[in-house]
Design a protein around this ligand. Structure first.
Ligand code: HXC
Length: 516
C-alpha cells in the first residue's frame, strides 16, 4: 500500500464513521425534526474547533449476530472543542447506530473525555439521544453505565456538567443526565423515562402517552428534571452556549467577567413605585431583576417548575452572578417543597463554582397544610436553609417586601452568613403578617369588644407601625442599610465589588448531611 492508498483508506474510514448508521437512518431523524450527533456538535462548538477522539473504535460484542454489525465510532461521537474560545469536552450519542444504545465501548469513549475534562478542568457537555443500555451486551452495558455514573458523581462540583436530551431517552440514558448540573430538553421531541409506556402499562396498568410520561413540558413543570424546554434542537444548543458563558471552567477558577456598557450608576425610578400599596397585591419580581442587572438580561433556569421562586444567571457590571428571588406573582412567593428544592440546588451549584449569589426576598413564609407536611416540607424546606448556610460565596440580599418567619431566616439572612443585606423601605421583617399576628395575640380579647373589627384593625395598624417594617431589623444590624429601590443596581454592584476577594470556609469534614 503506498502513501496515497493509506491516505485514501483513512479518508474512506472517516467518511464511513461520519455516516453513522447510514443515510436512511439520518433521513429518518431529519424527517422527525431531529439532527444527527455531528450536526449538533457542529452547532454547539465554535467553527472548526472540534477535535474527535476514537472515531474508529468499534464494539466487541459477538452475541446476536453483532459481529456483523460494526460501525466505526459505534453510537457516540466524542471529543473537545471551544465555545467562545473556551475549551469544553463533548459527547453526542448517535441514534442512527442501534438507537444510540450504550455499549461497553461507548461507555469507554465517554469516560475517556470525562477523565480528560476532570484532569484539565473544563466543562463536559453531553448530547444524549439513546435507548439506554444496549440489550445485546447485557451486563457489560450496565457496567459501562456505572462507570459513567461514577464519573458524573466525581466530577460534580469540580467541572460544570451540562446535558441536553434529544429524542426518546430511556433507562441509563436518563440517569447520567440527572446527575449533571443542568438538563435541557426539546419540546415535542425529547422524552426521558426509566421505562417506556408499554412497560408502565404492564406493571401499573396505567395508560399513558410518551408525552405525559416523560415529555419536555412534563419534566420542566412537574418533575423538575429539566431546566429548559427548547423550541428546537438548535434552540437547546444556543441555550447551552449562553449558559456556559456565565460559568467558570472549574471549581478553582472565578466565573468569567465581561465588559459591560451598562452604567453602574444607572438608576431605575420605576422601582420606587413597584410595590403596591396593598400588601396582598402581587407584582412581578422579574421587573426588579431586569431593572437592576446589566442590560436587563436575565438567563432563567427552571422557569416553569415551582415558579414561586425564580433562579437564574445575570451580570452586574460584567460580573457573573446567580440570582434567587421569591416571586410574589405566583402563590404570593410562598416557600413550599418544590421551591425549596429548586432554590437549594441552585444555591449549591453557585457555591460549587464560585458564583456570587444575589437574593431578592418577598416571602410570606412556608406553605401550611397537610399536603405539604405529608410531602415533607420540613425536610425539604431545610434544604434551602442548609444550602444558604453552607454557601461561602459572596451573598448579597435585598428584601423588597415581606420577610416573614422561618422564610426570613432562610432567604440568605445575616444569620446564615449573608454578607451584605439591604431592605427597601417597603420591607416588613417580622414573625408573621399583621393579620395573622393580631389574630393570635388579640383574637380572644376581640370577641369581648363591642366592635371587634375596629379593635382588630387598630391592633393591626399598631403591629404594622411597630414591628412590620425594616427599621427594627436595621436597629439590630441584621440589615446593613435601607436603600432607595431606584438605586438598587448601584448598591448591589458596590456590595459585590466589596466581596470580590471574600474568603470564607466551613469546618473540615468528609461532607455534610443535607436533609435529602
Ligand atoms: C439495542 C436498541 C435499543 C437498546 C433501541 N434500539 N433501543 N438496540 N439496545 N436499548 C435499536 C432498535 O432495535 C432499532 O434498531 C433502533 O435502535 C431504533 O429504535 P426504534 O425502536 O426503531 O426507535 P423508536 O421507535 O424511536 O423508539 C426508541 C425507543 C425504543 C423508545 C428508545 O427503541 C425503546 O423503547 N428502546 C428500549 C428502551 C429500553 O428499555 N432500554 C433499556 C433500559 S434499561 P433498528 O436496527 O431496527 O434500527 C437500562 C439499564 C441501565 O438502560 C439502568 C441504569 C440505572
Amino acid at each position: 500500500m503506498n502513501t496515497s492508498d493509506r491516505l485514501e483508506r483513512l479518508k474512506n474510514l472517516r467518511e464511513q464513521a461520519k455516516l453513522g448508521g447510514g443515510t436512511e437512518k439520518i433521513e429518518k431523524l431529519h424527517a422527525q425534526g431531529r439532527l444527527t450527533a455531528r450536526e449538533r456538535i457542529g452547532l454547539l462548538l465554535d467553527q472548526d474547533s472540534f477535535e474527535e477522539f476514537d472515531m474508529f473504535k468499534t464494539h466487541r460484542c459477538t452475541d446476536f449476530g453483532m459481529e456483523q454489525n460494526k460501525i466505526p465510532g459505534d453510537g457516540v461521537v466524542t471529543g473537545h472543542g471551544t465555545i467562545d474560545g473556551r475549551i469544553v469536552y463533548v459527547f453526542a450519542q448517535d441514534f442512527t447506530v442501534l438507537g444510540g444504545s450504550l455499549s461497553e465501548t461507548i461507555a469507554e469513549k465517554i469516560c475517556k473525555i470525562m477523565d480528560l475534562a476532570m484532569k484539565n478542568g473544563a466543562p463536559v457537555i453531553g448530547l444524549n439521544d439513546s435507548g439506554g443500555a444496549r440489550i445485546q451486551e447485557g451486563i457489560e452495558s450496565l457496567a459501562g453505565y456505572s462507570d459513567i455514573f461514577l464519573r458524573n458523581v466525581m466530577a460534580s462540583g469540580v467541572v460544570p456538567q451540562i446535558s441536553a436530551v434529544f429524542g426518546p431517552c430511556a433507562g441509563g440514558a436518563v440517569y447520567s443526565p440527572a446527575l449533571t448540573d443542568f438538563v435541557v430538553m426539546v419540546k415535542n421531541n425529547s422524552y426521558m423515562f426509566l421505562t417506556g409506556p408499554k412497560v408502565v402499562k404492564s406493571v401499573t396498568h396505567e395508560d399513558v402517552t410518551v408525552e405525559e410520561l416523560g415529555g419536555a413540558d412534563m419534566h420542566a413543570s412537574k418533575s423538575g428534571v429539566s431546566d429548559y424546554t427548547a423550541a428546537s434542537g438548535p434552540d437547546a444548543i444556543a441555550y447551552i452556549r449562553k449558559l456556559i458563558s456565565y460559568l467558570p471552567q472549574n471549581n478553582i477558577e472565578p466565573p468569567p467577567a465581561l465588559n459591560s456598557e451598562d452604567p453602574v450608576t444607572r438608576t431605575a425610578a420605576q422601582l420606587n413605585s413597584l410595590i403596591p400599596e396593598n400588601i396582598n397585591e402581587a407584582y412581578d419580581m422579574k421587573e426588579v431583576i431586569r431593572h437592576t442587572v446589566d442590560d436587563g438580561d436575565f438567563f432563567e433556569v427552571k422557569e416553569h417548575f415551582a415558579p414561586n421562586i425564580i433562579v437564574g444567571f445575570a451580570r452586574y457590571n460584567g460580573m457573573s452572578v446567580g440570582i434567587v428571588a421569591n416571586q410574589p406573582a405566583h402563590y404570593s412567593g410562598v416557600l413550599d417543597i418544590d421551591s425549596s428544592v429548586k432554590g437549594a440546588r441552585f444555591v449549591r451549584f453557585c457555591d460549587c463554582f464560585n458564583i456570587p449569589i444575589v437574593t431578592f426576598v418577598d416571602v410570606p413564609g412556608f406553605l401550611p397544610g397537610t399536603a405539604q407536611e405529608y410531602g415533607g416540607v420540613i425536610r425539604n424546606g431545610a434544604k434551602i436553609l442548609y444550602a444558604y448556610a453552607e454557601a461561602t460565596v459572596p451573598k448579597v440580599t435585598v428584601i423588597t417586601r415581606k420577610a416573614y418567619g422561618g422564610a426570613y431566616c432562610v432567604m440568605s439572612s445575616k444569620h446564615l452568613r449573608g454578607d451584605i443585606n439591604y431592605a427597601w423601605p417597603s420591607a416588613e421583617i417580622a414573625v408573621m403578617g399583621a393579620k395573622g399576628a393580631v389574630g393570635v395575640l388579640y383574637g380572644r380579647q376581640a370577641r369581648k369588644e363591642e366592635n371587634p373589627e375596629a379593635f382588630l384593625a387598630e391592633k393591626e395598624q399598631e403591629y404594622q407601625d411597630t414591628v412590620a417594617n425594616p427599621y427594627v431589623a436595621a436597629q439590630r444590624g441584621y440589615i446593613d442599610d435601607i436603600i432607595e429601590p431606584a438605586n438598587s443596581r448601584l448598591r448591589i454592584i458596590r456590595a459585590l465589588g466589596l466581596l470580590e476577594n471574600k474568603r470564607d470556609s466551613n469546618p473540615m469534614k468528609k461532607h455534610g448531611n443535607i436533609p435529602l
